[in-house]
Design a protein. Structure first.
Length: 145
């Protein structure tokens, strides 16, 4: 079980079965079950993008994690239980979009910019949620921006 009080979950960019977000979500779910999730939350708004795309019930997925299944077993379960079936190309396009997705609403942009100012004001290369999340994870666990 990952101990997210000592290190961040996997980057949202890491893919499993072509899906971004999923490996990070699994890390957070496993840590939540073990009580070692720290400030990380399973079934957060980021996870919601994956859940909506696949039609997976987060509680049912959590049960699979609690049963001790590995990433490969979970991926097979997700593919079998997804209510929204997608081709490999659709999964790739969805993942690419989320890997590069910027904040879109005024509120999102304000929150994004405020966090960016706090954790890496000199980092001019941060423009997507994935980049900001990776930077936040790095800084949270002792890295210098």
């Amino acid at each position: 079980m990952p101990d997210l009080t000592n290190h961040a979950p996997r980057s949202m960019r890491v893919r499993l079965g072509g899906f971004v977000i999923l490996p990070r979500m699994l890390d957070k779910g496993r840590a939540e079950i073990a009580g070692t999730n720290g400030e990380f939350r399973y079934n957060c708004p980021l996870d919601g993008h994956f859940l909506a795309f696949t039609g997976i019930d987060p509680l049912a997925l959590r049960e699979q994690l609690a049963a001790g299944k590995g990433d490969g077993e979970i991926l097979n379960w997700v593919l079998e239980h997804s209510t929204h079936k997608h081709t490999d190309l659709e999964i790739d396009q969805w993942s690419n979009y989320h890997e590069h997705r910027p904040p879109t609403s005024v509120e999102q942009r304000e929150w994004f910019q405020e966090l960016h100012k706090q954790i890496g004001p000199l980092r001019e290369d941060i423009g997507s949620w994935a980049e900001l999340l990776d930077l936040d994870d790095y800084v949270t666990f002792g890295g210098k921006a």
